[in-house]
Design a protein around this ligand. Sequence first.
Ligand code: PEP
Ligand code: MG
Length: 557
Amino acid sequence: MAELRGVGIGLGVAQGPVARMAEPLPAPADTPSALSPDEETTRVGEAVSAVARELEERGAQAGGAARDVLEAQAMMAEDPSLESEIGTRIAAGKTAEFAVFDAFASFRDTLTAMGGYLGERAADLDDVAQRVIARLRGVPAPGVPDPGHPFILVAKDLAPADTALLDLEKVLALVTTEGGPTSHTAILAREKSIVAVVGAVEAKGLADGETVIVDAAKGVVTTQPTADELAGAQNRAEARASAASAPITPGALSDGTAIPLLANLGKPGAAADAVALGAEGVGLFRTEFLFLSSNQAPTVEQQREAYTELLAAFPGKKVVVRVLDAGADKPLAFLNDAHEENPALGLRGIRALRASEDILREQLTALADADAATDADLWVMAPMIATVEETEYFTALARDYGVKTAGVMVEVPAAALLADRVLVDADFASIGTNDLTQYTMAADRLLGSVASFQDPWHPAVLRLIKEVGDAGRAHGKPVGICGEAAADPLLAVVLVGLGATSLSMAPTALADVRATLLQHSLDDAKAIAEAALAANDAASARSAANAASQHTKETQP
Ligand code: PEP
Ligand code: MG
């Protein structure tokens, strides 16, 4: 038995056989073919048509948008101009593998140079080329495997495209060797309630077919488990399934202290599911998600419609909308048009909006209109606030447009350190732990090689959160949390102990957080937070909080 450590997402536990995601194939060597051109042409013909048929079949199974994408890929595979490019290379004595690789690569370059929609298809073309070459070599195609039975998917990391076809009936759990708690895989796992451990470097050594236990609560993958361990994991999985079906109650601690549990949303259409999972409102609506593919700023009318649909889904409830957070990993063509070496440190969030103030004014107009047309309690906040002056600028402008509750996100350490002054003017603060961790630890939130630094449990991050919590208490103003940290149940307790008054997360995380809060009083939460704050690093903070939480549970009356 060995334990491989990573970062667990949520509290789930699962067991089953490993299926590894195949790595991209190495480029074929440009060596002369030992076969005749006719033989190579036959091989290519068979491989291309087998790949095209397989893509069509997968598309038919998946249905919806995935079917269109896969059918388009099947057509690419059989494109006559590609066939003739491959033929030219085979006639010149190249192997089928190299001819396919080289012909697809030249098409890829042409598509990339065209840019726009066609440029974006370049990655699809790569995928088709990899499939054809894999077929020619008689090896499994890269991508999500299909061993024909439920399995634990082990991958380096998952590209968003890999996830389109993830069959949740078959994928029992995800383990990645790269990626941190804010990677795409982690966000997807949280969204879909998939048991996951990310950034488990040693999982590289896992073999196809071996049975493992994936314990997200502990962030551990157990290899060669004993029968007892397997039975224990099974019991926990069943207990958790029954907790998930427990009645939905408003978020609260065991002493009755209310901690409203809110949803993070990116489109109004997701509101109904959030309400069904017990969201008591919205703690973060990411408006930039609505316009990621737009080249032009959205009109007031377009925005009014989207915001009205959102607010109408939450009558009488708090809905916190964030004005556009453009830049870094979420560039908007109409707000970020200059090249920057370090976009995470550039004109992002409120800085970009200020540079195009008309866009901010239009967004505030649309929000005020939607507010007037509905009964929700609209709060509006600005992203990436770094100074008191920016706070004053934003809140004054928002109030000019009739926004009744105007606040700021605390994602930059400077804003956390001066939270007592920021909260003089802002009506509330909402802590974005994803960026606060990135900027405190100087670790790009998207970069696997620094994922170990991207841990919101780090006491440096917790200390900054406490600054904001203390300032909120002193001013009598709410302090919410809307980064991924709020979805980690034990960390959620710590955040409350540090002064958070509400927690916002992916709706699928609500049940676990609700259940864990109910096991602790406010005094417990403060004691657990103290234990975490006193640690020297993230791992020790997590274990100290764990130990303190076991202790408070045991000593409960
Ligand atoms: C955050 O930074 O924690 C946050 C909630 O904002 P986003 O993830 O959209 O940057
Ligand atoms: Mg952020």
